[in-house]
Design a protein around this ligand. Structure first.
Ligand code: NAD
Length: 378
């Protein structure tokens, strides 16, 4: 009989070959005698805006290891609508004021914060203090300092922390990571990526208000281009220089419209990114010593699409990224499997965001980054 490595055992368990039973994270020898956990984690969404309504809640109907158990909302009318639509128990419905009493509710295992960026830190810290595992939407916060406060609160309260980086659970991202790691097309020499859309909506929306968003395109879509630059090369950058462009100052009064940035990597690779609230962009292309590969679209909700220089297309069956992401986090909590998007990854990206804004403020001056392997999960 083929011997199972610890890794292949977790893989089998995670794929459900052991049935729907999940086992706690413990030495392999003990795992076969361990008491099984027949449990799906109960998730409470905090903030019932567009992303919760149209992506996360529908995805929670498809997840295997977690489900929508509760809500936290500041809008009274949404309580009844969501209660009926998702068959929620009245005791699992909270508002921003009574949210902390969620500590006493055993039906809620995970709090998922889906509020404007400047509110992430407060609600993640309150969730951690209530003893709940935390998923924090991207960008993790509006400063590195806030990221540290969230990470520390989760550590101090012994709860797990994940960032809502859905692309980290997407099979296309993992295919790109595999090409980079296995040098399928040789060494990656240059990465080009962009992430943006044209914003024409309400000029008073929170995304255009720096106090609530922390910044414009860079905070919103820019984190995707930062992420693709990193998984497109398989490394953290050692420096960044950046430029900002403004063509509609009347609309983008308070936040950045378009930003370009260039990264250098320790092995000599270079990356260029563009992010915008005034131009569409949804692409990753890796130019290598023996060919190239690209995703276009690279980070929309899917389906993603990819091609390589050997004439192949990159194709995977479609599954909601958010369902994959929340199941990955649930498996991390239940099984102790890898945390695919830990708080350190969100913090790393915020260090880069701050360096980009600093470079712009200093007229494009190159900023040194000392990230080591922070946030790299392989
Ligand atoms: P949204 O504007 O649609 O919803 C925001 C929610 O926050 C609403 O329910 C609103 O009532 C509530 N809220 C509470 N206080 C508020 C205030 N002072 N101002 C404005 N709204 C307030 O936003 P969204 O698109 O759902 O984004 C929410 C979070 O999710 C953001 O951090 C965003 O970056 C993130 N997001 C992530 C993805 C992704 O693909 N991972 C996609 C969209 C949004």
């Amino acid at each position: 009989m083929k011997k199972l490595s610890r890794r292949s055992f977790s893989g089998i368990a995670a794929k459900g070959i052991l049935g729907t039973t999940l086992l706690t994270n413990m030495p392999l020898a003990k795992a076969f005698t361990a008491k099984p956990i027949n449990k799906k984690l109960g998730i409470a969404l905090v903030g019932l805006g567009s992303y919760s309504e149209h992506q996360l809640a529908p995805s929670l109907l498809e997840t295997e290891h977690c489900y929508l158990a509760g809500i936290v909302t500041g809008t009274k009318e949404k309580e009844g609508i969501w209660k009926e639509k998702y068959n929620l128990s009245k005791k699992n419905i909270y508002n921003y004021d009574n949210f902390d009493t969620i500590a006493k509710n055993d039906a809620i295992d995970v709090v998922y914060v889906v509020l404007p960026n400047s509110m992430h830190a407060e609600f993640c810290i309150r969730a951690a203090k209530a003893g709940k595992h935390v998923i924090c939407e991207k960008p993790m916060a509006v400063s590195v300092k806030e990221c540290d406060a969230i990470i520390n609160a989760c550590k101090e309260n012994n709860v797990k922390l994940g960032v809502g980086y859905r692309m980290q659970s997407d099979p296309y991202t993992n295919e790109v990571k595999k090409y980079v790691k296995e040098k399928t097309f040789g060494d990656v020499l240059f990465v080009s990526s962009d992430a943006g859309y044209i914003s024409n909506g309400n000029p008073d929306q929170w995304r255009l208000n720096k106090a609530l968003s922390g910044g414009g395109a860079l905070m919103n879509m820019g984190v995707y281009a930062i992420q693709t630059s990193i998984y497109g090369t398989g490394q953290n950058p050692i420096s960044v220089s950046a430029q900002e462009f403004s063509t509609r100052p009347d609309y983008f009064k308070d936040t950045d419209e378009t930003i370009t940035a260039q990264f250098k990597f320790a092995n000599g690779a270079v990356a260029h990114m563009m992010t915008s609230h005034n131009a569409n962009g949804n692409r990753l292309k890796c130019h290598c010593s023996k060919g190239w590969f690209e995703l276009d679209p690279a980070h929309s909700y899917g389906p993603i699409s990819g091609r390589t220089s050997n004439g192949n297309t990159i194709e995977f069956p479609f599954k909601k990224q958010q369902a994959l992401q929340m199941d990955d986090f649930a498996k991390h909590v239940l099984l102790g499997s890898k945390n695919i998007a830990p708080g350190e990854m969100g913090k790393r990206d915020m260090i880069i965001v701050e360096a980009i804004y600093k470079s712009i403020a200093e007229g494009g001056k190159e900023q040194t980054l000392s990230l080591g392997d922070l946030g790299i999960v392989s």
